[in-house]
Design a binder for this molecule. Structure first.
Ligand SMILES: *Cc1c(COP(=O)(O)O)cnc(C)c1O
Length: 232
């Protein structure tokens, strides 16, 4: 068995344990394998181990890897997105997790209509209000939802957050809870074209806590593929 498939198996065991602790079914949580900077061979190994949801944070990398891999992979765009690159995602991505402005939502809408599809999107929330991070403040989310919900070609499916880097995952529980509470509040508004069924939160350092707090999609890179080397 390859190291990557062993890593996936151990992540899978941790997901199951967290689901069990939270009284949730394993089916409620989608594992997105975060493959940024990783070579296609590594993605192939994850694919052969049964994984079908991959996350990338650069359009260029999705463009490069997409044609080299099987077509039943679901590609998730999880990184900060420039508006002039949106068009390249239309035939590749199933979901964009990182929408944080009306301007970006408008571009996605326009390109999706042009491509004859509907793009599922999440709004990225900077739940800990870290200066270094992209994302909306909690207070800005509902007004933006109301503003972009009527746009054609997009479907607002929920919220995403990147919690602070920490050695103690418990310190992020408060931010995951904040995201879940916000999603429940927005869901209660029953806005047309908005459903709040997706909570994309939890990474290598904190995905178990995120699952306990209601994550439906966790984005895990390092625990599966090892440390990233940004210099290659
Ligand atoms: C890189 C990245 C991840 C995965 O991080 P790990 O700590 O390696 O699991 C998750 N989400 C986003 C948005 C990322 O950029």
């Amino acid at each position: 068995m390859s190291l990557i498939s062993e890593n996936i198996q151990s992540v899978e065991e941790r997901i199951r344990a967290a689901c069990a602790r939270a009284g949730r079914s394993r089916d409620e949580v989608t594992l997105i394998c975060v493959t940024k900077t990783m070579p296609v061979e590594d993605l192939r190994q994850a694919y052969d181990a049964g994984q079908r949801s991959f996350g990338e944070n650069r359009v260029q990398e999705i463009n490069d890897k997409f044609p080299q891999l099987p077509s039943d992979i679901q590609w998730h765009m999880i990184g900060h997105l420039q508006r002039n690159k949106v068009k390249y995602l239309m035939d590749k991505a199933v979901m964009i997790h990182s929408v944080d402005s009306a301007a970006l939502a408008q571009t996605i809408s326009k390109e999706a209509v042009k491509a004859g599809r509907v793009m599922d999107i999440l709004l990225e929330v900077n739940a800990a209000e870290e200066e270094s991070k992209f994302g909306l403040t909690c207070a800005d989310v509902l007004p933006l939802v109301r503003e972009i919900a009527p746009l054609p070609g997009i479907h607002i499916c929920g919220l995403m957050t990147v919690a602070p880097f920490t050695d103690d995952p418990e310190t992020n529980r408060v931010f995951f809870r904040k995201l879940r509470d916000l999603s429940v509040d927005i869901g209660r508004e029953s806005i047309d074209n908005v459903s709040m069924h997706i909570l994309s939160m939890g990474m290598t350092g904190d995905f178990e806590v995120a699952i306990e707090e209601g994550a439906t999609h966790i984005r895990v890179g390092t625990a599966i593929f090892g440390k990233r080397n940004y210099n290659i």
